[in-house]
Design a protein around this ligand. Structure first.
Ligand SMILES: [Zn+2]
Length: 301
C-alpha cells in the first residue's frame, strides 16, 4: 500500500476520505485489508479493548500525532473489522473530538448510529465514523460490481457479508443503498421490527419500529425455513407503505431470511413506475406471477 495521510489532506467527510483512499489504492479488492490500511495511515497498534461494555476505542492526541485502536475481541470478525474502520475514522476526521481528552470510547449503540439527521455533535460524529467504516469496508464501486445487474435477493446480502467480511447487518444496509432497484431491508428480532435500511428512493415505511411485523407479511408464513431465503412473492403494498386513496397500489415484493437467535431480514422490493413504461403499461394483462418472472428475467440478462 502507498496511501499516506498527506493524500487525504483536506478531506473532512467520510465519502471524501474514502474517495481519496481509493484513488491511490486502485488495487483494493474484497475483503478490504482494514488492519493493514489502518497501519498504513499511521495507526501504531491495534490492541484488545478491556473496558467492559464498549465495542471500540481510540487513543490519540489533539493533533493526531499518534493513534492506537482498541477493539473488543469477543465479537465476530465482521464486527471487529467494522470497529477498526469506525475508530480509524475518528483518527482521520480531525473535527472529531472525544468527550474525554485523548480517548474515544464507542459502544455498540454508537456503532448503530445511522441517522444523518443527528443534531448533537456526539451522535453526528458516531454517524460519520459508521459511514466511513461501511464505505471503506464495502467501497461503492466494488459493491456495485459485486451486485452486477442481478435482481434483488437476500442470498446476495449473505454473499456480501462473506466476501467482504462484514456483519449481515452492515451488508444489508450497504446493499439497500447500492442496489439499482427500489428496495428497503427490514431487520426484525423475535417478530418485531428492529430497524429499516431503505434505499435512497424508497418511500416512508409505515409499519412502526418496535411493533410486530405486519400480519400480511411473508414473514408469518409457516413454510419458512431457517437460514434459507424464501421465494420472492408479491405482497399487499399497504402492509408497508401508504397507498393513496383511489390510486392503484404499486407492486411490492417481499423475501424473508430467518437468521439464528430470532433475527430476520425482510427484503421489500417496490416496482418502479415512473418513467419506465410511460403511457403504455405492458404489465396490464399479466398476472403478478408473470410480471415477477418477466422482471427477474430482465435483470438476470
Ligand atoms: Zn465512535
Amino acid at each position: 500500500m502507498k496511501v499516506t495521510r498527506l493524500d487525504l489532506d483536506g478531506a473532512g467527510s467520510p465519502m471524501a476520505l474514502v474517495t481519496k483512499i481509493l484513488k491511490v489504492e486502485t488495487e483494493l479488492r474484497a475483503p478490504i485489508p482494514i488492519e493493514d490500511l489502518a497501519r498504513q495511515l499511521d495507526i501504531e497498534k491495534i490492541r484488545a479493548l478491556e473496558t467492559e461494555g464498549f465495542e471500540g476505542g481510540l487513543l490519540t492526541d489533539e493533533n493526531r500525532q499518534f493513534g492506537i485502536i482498541l477493539v473488543n475481541e469477543g465479537v465476530t470478525e465482521g464486527r471487529r473489522r467494522f470497529t477498526i474502520g469506525h475508530e480509524l475514522a475518528h483518527f482521520l476526521i480531525i473535527s472529531h473530538v472525544p468527550v474525554t481528552p485523548g480517548k474515544f470510547l464507542c459502544s455498540r449503540r454508537d456503532m448503530l448510529q445511522w441517522s444523518e439527521k443527528e443534531t448533537t455533535r456526539y451522535a453526528r460524529m458516531e454517524f460519520e465514523a459508521n459511514e466511513f467504516a461501511a464505505l471503506i469496508l464495502m467501497p461503492p464501486p466494488l459493491l456495485r460490481k459485486h451486485i452486477g445487474g442481478r435482481a434483488p435477493n437476500l442470498a446476495d446480502v449473505e454473499k456480501i457479508s462473506k466476501d467482504f467480511i462484514v456483519s449481515k447487518d452492515a451488508a444489508a444496509r450497504a446493499y439497500s443503498r447500492c442496489h439499482h432497484e427500489n428496495i428497503a431491508l427490514a431487520v426484525a428480532k423475535d417478530g418485531k421490527i428492529l430497524r429499516y435500511y431503505p434505499g435512497v428512493n424508497f418511500p416512508f415505511i409505515t409499519a412502526p419500529i418496535g411493533k410486530p411485523v405486519p400480519r400480511g407479511s411473508v414473514f408469518h408464513r409457516s413454510s419458512l425455513k431457517q437460514r434459507v431465503s424464501s421465494d420472492i412473492v408479491q405482497t399487499t403494498a399497504d402492509n408497508w407503505i401508504d397507498v393513496e386513496y383511489g390510486q392503484r397500489a404499486p407492486d411490492l415484493y417481499e423475501q424473508v431470511y430467518l437468521q439464528k437467535n430470532g433475527f430476520a431480514l425482510i427484503l421489500l422490493w417496490l416496482e418502479r413506475t415512473e418513467g419506465e413504461d410511460e403511457d403504455f403499461d405492458p404489465d396490464e394483462n399479466r398476472t403478478s406471477k408473470q410480471r415477477l418472472q418477466d422482471r427477474q428475467a430482465r435483470w438476470s440478462r
